[in-house]
Design a protein around this ligand. Structure first.
Ligand code: PLP
Length: 412
């Protein structure tokens, strides 16, 4: 007998974990727009518009800014596999799970990986990274900006300049910060960077915005090999080693996104619509206004959490503006709290990984979700569930402190 199940009808959750977060309805509408062919002039125009929008989001004059189809990890892999040739030395400063991910991907690309580590919940003083660059002399430094696993954001001052001085490339993983915190590609002298839609850009997972500069384009084009069957007349392949992935080959992707429009994959039509809308939404609000909203909402959440007698995780002076780590109090079953929030309030918050699994909750206030109303709802729901678990709280303290931080009239 055929198994066909019922028509999809997912619950309406408020997603306030570390991502994906609730998508903006404008993005969901964009996803429902009619499909057109990948070389339809309407579609190639949208591709070009996406490039213009992404340059503004990334604050860069780079010619190359486009989407890699797949989740944020796809953008990371495309950049690393295209830049790293086997035997290249790569330095990865690790201050959380996603630094380990960069090291792991670099190793799979055949790199000789050197790592330095900062204790989880802290970041590196930039001088420590700069000293490691001087000592290791890598071809590439791969660095996470905001590591959602620990909720910490790495200060970037001077790191790009040090890479230039020592003839290294700088790649940054801004998956979780683009659109929510200042990500200034040109000012930071970043060579290549990638992000995801499902955090501060208020979209679904499945498309990864990236940008890279001419230094990277020259490196990658030096390894350019085009598939048999679509090779243009007179094409001369690069001298460098073949990029080990076809799907993530940035040289071929440049030909697809550039005026050559040389066929590669079939661009994920609906995800491109979504990414275009995500970028428009942030730019319509204005980058600075959007960053300020994330900071304001984060400060109010922090005030509420502290007023409830809960402890924040890590070095708060370096906390990301869009994710907050909360230490699960002794005697409280963190997973039971998360389940109750989901079951009784349709509210999702996260836990963390590895050494932090079951030790902290992570609350995301990102993009469409970074609002006063959501912070107050989350604090009240958490209070109710914690009280049921026997945690002593003074009623309404979290909400009052958050309201005061928001500067609400009549707030305590
Ligand atoms: C900093 C960082 N890098 C990479 C990723 C991986 O992204 P994805 O799951 O979209 O592939 C995440 C996801 O949470 C992240 O927060």
């Amino acid at each position: 007998m055929a198994e066909i199940f019922e028509e999809l009808n997912p619950p309406q959750r408020l997603l306030m974990g570390p991502g994906p977060v609730t998508a903006d309805p404008r993005v969901l509408r964009a996803l429902a727009m009619p499909l057109v062919g990948q070389f339809d002039p309407a579609f190639t125009r949208y591709m070009n518009e996406v490039m213009v929008l992404l340059r503004q989001l990334f604050q860069t004059g780079n010619r190359w800014a486009f989407l890699v189809d797949g989740t944020a990890r796809a953008g990371i892999e495309a950049i690393l596999v295209s830049m790293i040739a086997p035997g290249d030395r790569v330095l990865v400063p690790i201050f959380g799970r996603f630094g380990h991910l960069l090291a792991e991907i670099a190793r799979r690309c055949g790199a000789e990986v050197a790592t330095i580590e900062a204790e989880w919940g802290t970041v590196f003083p930039p001088e420590r990274i700069i000293a490691a660059i001087e000592k290791t002399r890598p071809k590439l430094v791969a660095l996470v900006h905001g590591d959602t696993s620990t909720t910490m954001a790495q200060p970037m001052d001077g790191i790009g300049a040090a890479c230039r001085r020592h003839d290294a490339f700088l790649y940054v993983d801004a998956t979780a910060t683009l659109g929510g915190m200042d990500v200034a590609v040109d000012r930071w002298e970043v060579d290549a960077i990638s992000a995801g839609l499902q955090k501060c850009l208020s979209g679904p997972p499945g498309s990864s915005p990236i940008t890279f500069n001419e230094r990277v384009a020259a490196l990658v084009n030096g390894r350019k090999h085009v598939e048999q069957g679509i090779v243009p007349a007179g094409f001369v392949p690069g001298n460098g080693p073949v990029i080990r992935s076809n799907y993530f080959d940035l040289a071929m992707l440049m030909d697809y996104w550039g005026p050559e429009r040389l066929n590669h994959h079939t661009e994920a039509t609906s995800m491109l619509y979504a990414a275009r809308e995500c970028a428009r939404i942030v730019l319509m609000e204005g980058l600075e206004a959007c960053f300020a909203r994330h900071r304001r909402v984060s400060a109010a959440l922090v005030a509420g959490i502290e007023a409830m007698g809960l402890a924040l995780y890590g070095d708060i002076s370096h906390k990301m503006a869009n994710v907050t780590g909360v230490v699960i109090p002794d005697g409280i079953d963190g997973e039971a709290v998360r389940s109750a929030l989901l079951r009784d309030f349709d509210l999702e918050i996260g836990t963390s990984f590895g050494p932090l699994k079951g030790r902290i909750w992570r609350i995301g206030t990102m993009g469409y979700n970074a609002t006063e109303k959501n912070v107050l709802f989350c604090l009240n729901a958490l209070e109710e569930v914690l009280r049921r678990q026997g945690f002593a709280l003074s009623s309404g303290a979290g909400e009052a402190a958050a309201r005061a931080a928001f500067g609400a009239p009549g707030a305590a």
